[in-house]
Structures are given as structure tokens and as C-alpha cells.
Design a binder for this molecule. Structure first.
Ligand code: 13P
Length: 386
């Protein structure tokens, strides 16, 4: 098994994701020990998103984990993912040099199955600090990948990444839902506990995404019904994994919750526009994973919670507010500032909820007093919590 090279030095303040997650699993903050917390992996698709994540982490002294999907890379690189990675790594390294926290960059749902997938993974190993090798689904034949193939493909990635100090996340089981055009599945399977030991021992991954009932996207269940995760399975899998290696960390995909105040805000703004009944219904039918379920996972020992959809919803709500508030403002910065402020608030909120603050320095605000409010800019909200 190829051991993770812990001596690799990344540029200033950059680390691999596993370093941040192990700290969270052990409840390490500064020089002291607290209760276990989680590091949200925020999916970002723009430089605006990167700025907002770093700002939120700096304010709270949090560990920062920036995740990029294949389609985010296509978007940033105008179709060329390798070019996107080159641009992003340069930008993030320069920002990280000036921060007071530690930051990891992670490829989300990379696959080593297809030729294009392999190319993106290889480039990511060159430019990022952590990668996901998601070989759990055979997207061509729409079925779960046979265990042996998932193991063989994931081990190949570990063999390339670990010697260079990059952590690798594997996936066992199939997660349903649509993260974006490149990551979707109409079916799901729970992780099979009997396969876990073999997968972990034979791949050597230190980060694992098991499937215990979470889903990608904005429709994680039926409106009015609570999303129920298989928490008992989560405990069983973690118990088994900890016996193999207590440095193993678990990852919850599809961890977005839904903020009722964001839905209310968007619906309110949409009502000011014509012919939006259908869109309003869609907003009202969004279902996130209930936070108490994610909290149970964190208590069980999951320490990376993948969070995308709720931030997209916040972004869109803020934009609707900007357009209905002053849609004749001919200034890109106006819309950019409003939506970046909203994203920053969304990230601050989730970092506080997951206990990821005060890790690298004391928070610069009173976390108890922080109130997420789209009617105010981030400056005002921060001032009110000072
Ligand atoms: P959400 O769709 O719940 O935000 O999950 C994102 C995710 O799991 C990315 O890998």
C-alpha cells in the first residue's frame, strides 16, 4: 500500500485535505482539543466563489476546503480543464500566501474510468492538493462499478497521488441525484459493509465517501417529508474503518441543507415579476438534507461535508433581490458585490454550524451573534456580530 507522503511541502498555507480533516476528526483547534467538527467542502465555480470562501474562513479562523467539479473546471477554463487548473492554482496560491488560515484544493468526483476523466485527474494531481477518484459508478452502462474494478482504478490514483503528498478520496456505493451535468445518477446503492475492509485495505485511500442515503442536488426528498439517512449504517461503517486505520476520514456528499429564509426571500422577489408561478413552485418544492441528520453524521465521525446546492440557492436569491431592487443599475460590480456578499454569508453560516471556526486563530466575530440576513450586506452582518 502506498503511504501518503506527509513531508510534501505545498506553497504557503496550502495543505492536502486529509490534514485538515484529520484535525477535525480529532477536534484539534489551535493547540487545544475541542469536540469533533466538520470541514465543509464548498464547490466553487467562479473566482467570486473562491474569494467568498477564503474571506469567510479568514473571518472565522476556519480550515478552508475548495472543491472543483469537472464542469466547474470546464466553465473556468472555457472548455479546457487543465488550463482552468493552472489558472486556479496560481490564483489560490497567491491568495493563500496572504491568509492566516490553511487551505486545501480538491477535485470533486474525478473519475479514472474514461479517457477525459483520467486526463483531468492527472492534471489535478499536478495542480491541486487533493483529489477524489470516484470510480463507483459505471456511467456508460448505468450500473454500480464491480468492486474489483473500483478498487483497481482507485488504487492507480492513490499510487500516483500519495507519493506527491496529495490525499485521495474514494467512493464505495452509488450516490443518487444530480450535482451537475457531469455528475449524476438516477439510482443509488448503500455501501456494503462486507466490501469496506477490502476496499480500504486494497486501495490505501485515507478519505472515503460511503453512501448512506444522502443525495446531490436541490430535490433530496418529497416536500413536507424529512430526509432520513441511514445513521446506523454510518456508525457501522465508521466502526469498521476505525479498526483498520484511525486516520481514515469519512465524507458526506449531498450535505446541503435548505435555508427557509433563503427560499422565502427568493419567492418574495419572484412574486414581483410576471409569469413566475411555475418557478415559485419549484423553489417551494426544494428539499435539503435536514441539519440534524448531518449533525448526527458529524457526531459519528464524518468530517468532510460536501456543500454546493445551498450556496447556489443563496447566490440566486441574492441576484433576484439585486435585480428586483435596482434592475437598471448599469454596473457589474453592484451585482457581483451583492451575490459575493450573500455567498460569504452562506459560507460563514455553514462553517459555524459545522463547528469549523477558531481552528487557525480566534474568530474575528462573535459566532453566537451571527445572523444570516440577505437584506443586509456582509459588512453590516459582521458588524452586528462584533
Ligand atoms: P449538495 O448537492 O447537497 O450541495 O452536495 C454537493 C456534493 O456532494 C458535491 O460533491
Amino acid at each position: 500500500m502506498i503511504i501518503l507522503n506527509k513531508d510534501r511541502k505545498f506553497p504557503d498555507n496550502m495543505v492536502n485535505a486529509h490534514t485538515l480533516l484529520l484535525k477535525a476528526k480529532r477536534g484539534e483547534k489551535g493547540n487545544s482539543k475541542s469536540t469533533r467538527y466538520a470541514v465543509p467542502a464548498f464547490n466553487v465555480t467562479t473566482f467570486q466563489g473562491i474569494n467568498a470562501v477564503i474571506k469567510a474562513c479568514e473571518l472565522l479562523g476556519s480550515s478552508g476546503l475548495l472543491a472543483f467539479s469537472n464542469s466547474a473546471l470546464k466553465h473556468i477554463g472555457d472548455g479546457d480543464q487543465t488550463f482552468a487548473l493552472e489558472l486556479l492554482s496560481g490564483y489560490i496560491e497567491k491568495k493563500a500566501h496572504r491568509t492566516s488560515v490553511k487551505i486545501a484544493t480538491h477535485l470533486d468526483h474525478g473519475d479514472y474510468i474514461t479517457e477525459p476523466g483520467r486526463k483531468v485527474l492527472q492534471s489535478s494531481i499536478r495542480y491541486l492538493t487533493s483529489v477524489m477518484a470516484d470510480n463507483s459508478t459505471d456511467h456508460i452502462n448505468k450500473r454500480a462499478m464491480p468492486l474489483k474494478d473500483n478498487i483497481d482504478l482507485t488504487r492507480e490514483v492513490v499510487n500516483m497521488a500519495h507519493p506527491l503528498g496529495l490525499s485521495v478520496e474514494g467512493e464505495l456505493g452509488v450516490l443518487a441525484g444530480e450535482e451537475d451535468e457531469d455528475t449524476k445518477s438516477e439510482f443509488s446503492t448503500y455501501t456494503n459493509a462486507d466490501e469496506l475492509e477490502q476496499f480500504l485495505n486494497e486501495t490505501g485511500v485515507l478519505m472515503l465517501a460511503p453512501t448512506i442515503g444522502t443525495m446531490h442536488g436541490p430535490n433530496k426528498g418529497k416536500p413536507g417529508q424529512k430526509v432520513k439517512l441511514n445513521i446506523a449504517l454510518a456508525h457501522e461503517l465508521l466502526g469498521l474503518a476505525n479498526k483498520i486505520n484511525d486516520e481514515l476520514v469519512f465524507v458526506a456528499h449531498g450535505a446541503s441543507t435548505l435555508y427557509p429564509n433563503i427560499v422565502e426571500y427568493a419567492v418574495d422577489k419572484l412574486k414581483m415579476l410576471k409569469n413566475t408561478n411555475g418557478v415559485i413552485t419549484k423553489w417551494q418544492e426544494f428539499v435539503g438534507t435536514d441539519w440534524d441528520q448531518i449533525e448526527s453524521l458529524i457526531e459519528a465521525g464524518f468530517c468532510k461535508i460536501n456543500t454546493d446546492t445551498e450556496n447556489r440557492q443563496t447566490f440566486l436569491s441574492a441576484l433576484l433581490g439585486a435585480i428586483t431592487g435596482n434592475g437598471a443599475k448599469i454596473d457589474i460590480r453592484y451585482y457581483d458585490n451583492i451575490s459575493t456578499d450573500a455567498l460569504t454569508q452562506s459560507y460563514i453560516q455553514k462553517l459555524i454550524m459545522s463547528g469549523n471556526y477558531g481552528v487557525w486563530h480566534e474568530p474575528k466575530i462573535n459566532v453566537e451573534k451571527f445572523k444570516f440576513n440577505l437584506n443586509q450586506g456582509v459588512g453590516e452582518v459582521i458588524h452586528a456580530a462584533s
